[in-house]
Design a protein around this ligand. Structure first.
Ligand code: SAM
Length: 260
């Protein structure tokens, strides 16, 4: 396989190429042998090569023309590899429906990792996800109620998954080195049937976290009153970061009283 080391990193595409062998192996070995996987942003392929040695089918989604071309050529002689040359934010949902992967993996481009995670978390995969983030974003996803970093992404990630940190990586694990540390998170399906559709939960947390310093009553002013909050066991004077996943679901069911 020809992987050109001289590829220059394109900042606009959040390119920091992983070269830490321990991390590469750890990510690949987390996936079961023969699994069917989507990798987001293969770039020059540090993770991709390790995945191709292990998994049964790999679909890569890459926006950079250079890397998409390189992997497309590779796919001509590698049956288990398929290439989607596009913006993952545009094609993720359709690709997941079409390929039905058990797992999603990737060292995510940091400039889109927030909105991308909101999309990724909507898919209940049977295997799970192994995803690399800038530490600050990873901490937001992992955070629990009461923490300053707890927010919409922390709630959305819990809809289908338990999240734990697999690795913490120093900037030197990448070329070029980013300014901050990175983390690899493992998303494992918790198997609890969701009580509300993901999209409804998403619109609730968007509204509920719109003003973090305001009380939950103020964030939903004109929509939910004090008594109604009390009826669903939520104190209206709480701030959004104090509400756990179940409380967000209770608000969601109030706003969208539909059966699923
Ligand atoms: N997987 C490689 C590694 O670990 O060394 C590269 C990771 S680099 C952090 C992010 C990758 O995502 C790059 O290959 C970049 O071109 C690609 N990328 C950036 N934005 C993208 C987008 N919107 N859609 C698809 N791929 C994207």
């Amino acid at each position: 396989m020809t992987v050109h080391k001289q590829h220059r990193a394109n900042k606009a595409l959040g390119q920091h190429f992983l070269h830490d062998q321990h991390a590469i192996q750890k990510i690949a070995m987390t996936l079961p042998e023969n699994a069917s996987v989507i990798e987001i942003g293969p770039g020059p392929g540090a993770i991709t090569k390790a995945l191709l040695e292990r998994v049964g089918h790999l679909t890569v989604i890459e926006k950079d023309d250079r890397f998409a071309d390189m992997w497309r050529k590779e796919s001509q002689t590698c049956d288990k590899l398929e290439v989607i040359h596009d913006d993952v934010l545009k094609v993720l949902n359709e690709s997941v429906h079409h390929h039905q992967p058990e797992w999603i993996a990737g060292n995510l481009p940091y400039n889109i990792s927030g909105p991308l995670t909101a999309q990724l978390a909507s898919h209940a995969l049977s295997g799970g996800m192994v995803l690399m983030y800038q530490r600050e974003v990873g901490d937001r996803i992992m955070a629990g109620p009461g923490s300053k970093t707890y927010g919409g992404l922390s709630v959305l990630a819990r809809h289908h998954y338990h999240v734990k940190r697999l690795l913490l990586l120093a900037p030197g694990a990448f070329s070029p080195p980013p300014k901050v540390h990175s983390v690899v998170l493992l998303f494992t399906p918790h198997g609890i049937a969701p009580q509300c559709p993901f999209e409804h939960l998403q619109s609730t947390v968007r509204k509920g976290f719109a003003h973090r310093r305001k009380t939950i009553l103020n964030n939903f002013r004109g929509v939910i009153d004090t008594e109604t909050f009390e009826n669903i066991d939520i104190s209206p004077s709480q701030r959004p970061e104090q509400l756990d996943y179940d409380a967000w679901v209770r608000i969601t069911l109030l706003l969208h009283p539909t059966m699923i």
